[in-house]
Each structure stands twice: as structure tokens, then as C-alpha cells.
Design a protein around this ligand. Structure first.
Ligand code: 3EB
Length: 326
């Protein structure tokens, strides 16, 4: 049985949603200062939602969940998966690199201790992601910190989870994740150099994530697609042109979907069958054109959320992540 599915829904009955013990996670957007909530299942991503219909993302568990706080992590879990989140105040550390390393080192063992040692997917929301930190872009500092901690936990490359790394308007570094008892299978993209093999021009330590993960849940399989941008090989493409960038991102995602289908038996044939998409938009004024393009190419059946955020390279204007729940 698949352990959870996701929906986007109206934010009007948050209380009702939280009363439901089958809600594994409730993700709100645009609430920069956090939602002041102590329910460990509730999370506030500091990126504004674009468009006129506000939505929240709900992860619905097939069985009632147990939630709590353990060390730095607020979590909820059912028998099969663990959802965890933590946010870190950089001011408590000498640098972003150190804050990231310590954050990762503090949460990585927690899932294992709870019986979920396999990370399937991690979301990273990084304040001022393109800002300068003593001559080095902050995203690269973040990558160095993440790399150092993962190295310590001896993650082999083929076990790196899928991820997103996006700039946020919040003042805190926010990390949330999905972990499982058994490992998923990594899917890389032949059109792109694996991020963990990027050459050093993108930072002294490579970004530690896989392009996608497949996880088998009984007869069903989930596909978790990382934030996907207009990158071919290791180079960004289509400089100042958002729609060609979007086309390239979707082409990269299609390649991942086809691989997941042909090599790993995931029952998905086209992007239009994805259970959800998240589109990160650097320039808010380009959101309309981006939305139009997505509708034209993917149709109206895929639930999509559009979020305003900076991306991990200055020249990237749009990035897309996806989830397929079978
Ligand atoms: C890229 O492909 C675009 O650092 O966790 C996408 C997904 C990107 C995840 C991360 C970065 C991350 O390199 C950026």
C-alpha cells in the first residue's frame, strides 16, 4: 500500500485539516515568519505563492500518524514513512556553511534512530541564496556544508536523495524531508551531468542530490523528481529567456519520467500524469507566461503550485519539481 498521497487544497480549514490524524504534513507558502504553530506536521515555506487561488499542500497518510519533536526535528510518521522538518537560525553559527553542516549533522541520524534510515527526498529553502559570502555565493557555501555532513554519514553517491534547493524570503534555513525504512532507487538524467559530479566552477563541493528517486510501495511506485532546471551537461542554457528555459526543464523531466518507466517500472508515461508539480519562478512578472506554457503543454489535469523564489544559479529563471504517486 502506498503510505501517503498529496493534494493541493484551499487554506480555509487549516484547523479541520490538523484535526485529521491521517494528515502527515501540511505545507503552507508565503508565510515568511512562520505560522507560529507548534503542530509538528505544519510547515511554513517562506516563498510567496503566485496566482489568484491560494493553496496549501497536504500529505495524506493512509493510516493515522504519530507526531512529535525529537532533538531539532519536528516529525510525523506512519508505519512506512517519516516526514521531518527543522529550521535553523544562521545567527547561531559562524557562517551559513557551518549552519548547514551542523543542521544536517543534527537531523541526519534522527531518522535512522527512528527506523527510517533512507532519505528519499529533501527540500532546502535557503535565505538570500545568490548573496555573496566573502567572495563565494551563498548557495555554494550551503553545498559545502551539506557535502561535509553527508560525507561524514558516508552516503554513497547512489543513495543521495532527490532534492530541491531554492532561495527563500525567510530569515531561516528551512529543511524538510521524507525518509523511509527501505531504500529508494536513484534515477539520473543522461542529458545532465549528475549534480554530485559537477565541476568545481559551481562550488568547491558538489551539490549532493540525485535527479530523481523511485520508491516501491507494494504494487505501487512513487517517483520523486528533484528541482529541475535548464541545465544541459553542467551548463545553464537559454540565458535570459524564461520560456526556452522552461521547455528545457520540462524536457529534462520527461527524460527522467521515461527512465523511471522503462528502467524501473513506474506506471507513468507523460508529465501530464504527474500527481503534482511545483514551479519556482525567479521574476514574478513572468509567472503568467510560465503558467500559460505549462497549461498548453501539460493540460489542466496536473495540480500545480507556482512559487516566487530565487534559484541556485543567477542565470536560472525557472525550476520545476514533480511527484508521481501512481
Ligand atoms: C541544478 O540542477 C539546479 O542543491 O539541492 C536543483 C535541485 C538544484 C536541488 C540542491 C539544486 C538542488 O543544479 C539546482
Amino acid at each position: 500500500m502506498q503510505p501517503f498521497s498529496t493534494i493541493f487544497t484551499s487554506p480555509t480549514n487549516i484547523g479541520e485539516l490538523l484535526d485529521d490524524r491521517n494528515v502527515l504534513a501540511l505545507i503552507e507558502f508565503g508565510n515568511v515568519d512562520g505560522n507560529g504553530e507548534t503542530d509538528p506536521r505544519r510547515i511554513a515555506v517562506g516563498l510567496p505563492q503566485l496566482g489568484s487561488t491560494p493553496l496549501v499542500e497536504v500529505w495524506k497518510s493512509t493510516t493515522p500518524v504519530e507526531s512529535g519533536i525529537r532533538g531539532p526535528v519536528s516529525y510525523s510518521k506512519n508505519d512506512q514513512v517519516l516526514f521531518g522538518q527543522l529550521s535553523v537560525d544562521e545567527g547561531d553559527f559562524p557562517s551559513l556553511e557551518e549552519a548547514t553542516r551542523r543542521a544536517y549533522e543534527s537531523f541526519l541520524p534522527v531518522a535512522g534512530e527512528m527506523g527510517f534510515p533512507n532519505y528519499l527526498r529533501i527540500w532546502n529553502y535557503i535565505p538570500d541564496i545568490n548573496g555573496d559570502d566573502n567572495g563565494v555565493e551563498r548557495y555554494k557555501r550551503f553545498c559545502s556544508g551539506r557535502h561535509a555532513s553527508l560525507e561524514k554519514f558516508v552516503f554513497p553517491e547512489h543513495q543521495l536523495p532527490a532534492a530541491s534547493g531554492v532561495g527563500s524570503a525567510s530569515s531561516k534555513l528551512l529543511i524538510y524531508y521524507l525518509a523511509a525504512r527501505d531504500a529508494g532507487i536513484q534515477v539520473e538524467n543522461p542529458r545532465q551531468v549528475s549534480a554530485f559530479h559537477y565541476p568545481p566552477q559551481y562550488g568547491p563541493k558538489s551539490p549532493a542530490f540525485s535527479r530523481a528517486m523511485v520508491k516501491e510501495w507494494g504494487v505501487k511506485k512513487h517517483l520523486y523528481i528533484s528541482g529541475t532546471a535548464s541545465i544541459i551537461g553542467h551548463e545553464s542554457r537559454h540565458g535570459d529567456n524564461v520560456l526556452p528555459q522552461l521547455t528545457e526543464s520540462l524536457r529534462n523531466m520527461r527524460t527522467l519520467v521515461h527512465r523511471a518507466e522503462s528502467q524501473h517500472g513506474v506506471a507513468i508515461h507523460t508529465l501530464a500524469e504527474l500527481s503534482q508539480l511545483k514551479v519556482y519562478v525567479r521574476h514574478e512578472q513572468e509567472h503568467g507566461a510560465i503558467r500559460h506554457h505549462i497549461h498548453e503543454h501539460l493540460g489542466d489535469d496536473v495540480p500545480v503550485i507556482y512559487l516566487g523564489g530565487d534559484l541556485c544559479r543567477e542565470n536560472l529563471l525557472v525550476e520545476v519539481e514533480g511527484f508521481y504517486a501512481g
